[in-house]
Design a protein around this ligand. Structure first.
Ligand code: AMP
Ligand code: MG
Length: 497
């Protein structure tokens, strides 16, 4: 296979942070999905890649790939594991894309590595197509995300609850640096490696911090800023990540690890779909506070780089500086949420004098959605029609329509103050309130067809719809509809599958 143009900055600069490892050989590679727009971004020839199922299944590597399994630790549901690492993933190398961004290319599901512990290192068709779908949906929604370049079936049955068709996903990420990467070396008291990791992370994601007085604190601030925006954007579209362990929090600010994620249907801050999240630790509405918790774990790893460990006064001062960043994180999330919700409500020209009143207006709206179990996506989208004076479809979503109508009157009063024309307000609202999200029943239907019948067509149709989240086209109607209630009520997602 022809060289890809891989570079290997991580492998060159961070020896000790990975183990070289080869992918498994598999019996019958078949390409299920190739992400042509992403291939184009990377400067790769999509037509040529179509013929490379053997590559995407891990059987044949380009001469310039140097596969490595990356080391990382992590808090999983609050409990610390000093050694996780890529148990079923391999970084092949980095590509500098058409816009000059360095991006990782990695396999997921390519077989056992020295970090596999008890796992088989494999992945299966359903969950890998799911990751591809949700990643593309997030991309179309404008949310930073890792993405699938391809999914290849391996032709090998993989043991899960029953036998499942095996698959390998090729993931593209701004990097795979995680909170857990820092935790790996912090847990070993390896200050020298932490320093190298800090230098590498800064060079890759925050080069303006190089040479500043306290680069570790700077990185903490930069990661906090990215996470606040990211988590707020999840909340705004109704996304539940489902497994926000510190090994699944990327320092780049991209969404990573689409295991048990799902979108809410009716609005419910307590919503949990993951089969293993018994305590609701990663519930929809808990995500900002869990991101803060993860950030505190990240700060702990940076303290040795912020102060000499012999100097107690310096350590105390570093703790104070780090705590200030963590303590202001909830406000950062709230600010991003307020900004996002104002846009979703079509409120232009807001000033800080409006803050308290807007908070009340937003809280009242969300309380209505929650109390009446209204479909979150349809309700926001319906508000754009209401901005143009068409309230019927929106009101029909509420069991107590008069209560909704009373809120609409309050909202209209607020709208009138900014003098925006109705059509312009509605247009802006339709750019931030998606019509099409990955509805759980549609996702499951597409994955079942691919897994049980080898039929990829429903996946392709759903993917095409998810790439047009703002589009009112009639032919997309079926993808805009909520799942029947009984499906959502019993919906469960699974991780690590
Ligand atoms: P995740 O829940 O996907 O974030 O994975 C958590 C940890 O479990 C990571 O270290 C993974 O590499 C590892 N892991 C998940 N599934 C497997 C598998 N099938 N085989 C080996 N390791 C796995
Ligand atoms: Mg993970």
């Amino acid at each position: 296979m022809r060289p890809f143009g891989f570079e290997h900055s991580y492998a060159r600069e961070l020896s000790g942070a990975y183990i070289a490892c080869r992918p498994n050989q598999v019996p019958a590679p078949r390409l299920l999905f190739l992400n042509e727009p992403l291939a184009a971004e990377l400067g790769l020839d999509a037509a040529a890649l179509r013929a490379e199922a053997a590559f995407f299944a891990g059987n044949e590597l380009p001469g310039d790939a140097e596969p490595i399994a990356q080391a990382y630790a992590g808090h999983q549901f609050g409990g610390f594991s000093p050694q996780l690492g890529d148990g079923r993933a391999l970084l092949l190398g980095e590509i500098v894309d058409r816009r000059g961004r360095r991006r990782d290319l990695a396999f997921k599901g390519s077989g056992r590595t020295p970090f596999s512990r008890g796992g088989d290192g494999k992945a299966v068709v359903g969950p890998m197509l799911r990751e591809a779908l949700i990643g593309e949906a997030m991309q179309a929604l404008g949310i930073p995300t890792t993405r699938a370049l391809a999914v290849a079936a391996t032709g090998e049955p993989v043991r899960r609850e029953g036998p499942q068709p095996g698959a390998v996903l090729t993931r593209v990420a701004a990097s795979h640096l995680r909170v857990g990467t820092f935790q790996f070396f912090a847990a070993r008291g390896d200050r020298a490696m932490l320093q190298r990791l800090l230098d590498y992370t800064i060079a890759r994601h925050d080069p303006e911090l190089a040479g500043t007085a306290d680069p570790a604190l700077g990185l903490l601030r930069a990661v906090a800023a990215r996470q606040a925006e990211l988590v707020a954007s999840w909340v705004l579209v109704g996304f539940i990540h489902g497994v926000m362990n510190t090994d699944n929090m990327a320092l780049s600010g991209e969404t990573i690890d689409y295991g048990p994620c799902a979108f809410i249907e009716s609005y419910d801050p307590q919503a949990v779909f993951s089969s293993i999240d018994h305590g609701g630790r990663y519930a929809y509405g808990a995500q900002p506070s869990m991101a803060r918790w993860n950030l505190a774990r990240f700060a702990e790893t940076l303290l040795p780089l912020m102060a000499d460990d012999e100097d107690e006064a310096a350590i105390a001062a570093a703790v104070t500086r780090a705590l200030a960043v963590i303590d202001e994180f909830p406000d950062r999330c709230d600010a991003a949420l307020l900004r996002g919700r104002r846009a979703k409500l079509g409120l232009g020209g807001s000033t800080s004098a409006d803050d308290a009143a807007d908070h009340e207006l937003i809280d009242a709206w969300l309380a209505l959605l929650e109390a009446q179990a209204v479909d979150y996506t349809l309700a926001w989208r319906g508000l754009a029609d209401a901005a143009e004076g068409r309230d019927e479809a929106l009101l029909a979503l509420f069991a107590d329509a008069p209560a909704a109508a009373r809120w609409l009157a309050r909202w209209r009063e607020r709208c009138e103050r900014d003098g925006l024309a109705a059509s312009e307000r509605a247009r802006r609202m339709r750019l931030v309130n998606p019509r099409i999200i990955p509805r759980n029943h549609r996702v499951e239907e597409a994955l079942a067809a691919a897994t049980d019948h080898g039929d990829i067509a429903p996946f392709e149709r759903l993917l095409a719809a998810l790439r047009r989240p703002w589009d009112d086209a009639v032919e997309l109607e079926a993808y805009a509809e909520p799942a029947p209630r009984e499906i959502t009520a019993g919906y469960r997602t699974y991780c690590g599958t």
